[in-house]
Design a protein around this ligand. Structure first.
Ligand SMILES: [Zn+2]
Length: 119
């Protein structure tokens, strides 16, 4: 096996890596799969991928009513689509009782420039 921390060869059942000292470096035989995910365990590609998917879905949900006026609103999903996918603010949270939008809004982007700088 390859140690998940340093990449040196270790035994599947070794208690410690002889090179870096990591405990259970072989991860019961799953170290190779874990290393393929990268040092962030696949978190960054997951977040970027989900953000892009959500952005495309909000554009599709806009049903052709996509903002094209100027740099700030270039390829902007419309408000109805953003609300449908969980846009947050005082109205959704306090008037519509959609408390969960404080979590879902992080996955939404209001235009091409917005998602570009977030990525
Ligand atoms: Zn190691």
């Amino acid at each position: 096996m390859v140690c998940t921390s340093c990449g040196c060869l270790v035994g599947v059942n070794d208690d410690r890596c002889y090179n870096c000292g990591r405990r259970n470096p072989g991860l019961w035989g799953y170290a190779t799969i874990v290393r393929r995910l990268g040092s962030d365990l696949g978190f960054v590609p997951f977040v970027i991928g989900l953000n892009v998917i959500m952005y495309v879905l909000t554009l599709i949900g806009s049903q052709g009513n996509i903002g094209m006026g100027g740099m700030m609103s270039m390829l902007a999903p419309n408000t109805t689509s953003l609300l449908l996918f969980g846009a947050s603010g005082a109205v959704p949270v306090f008037l519509l009782d959609r408390w969960w939008t404080v979590l879902s809004a992080a996955w939404l982007h209001g235009g091409l420039l917005h998602i570009f700088f977030n990525m």
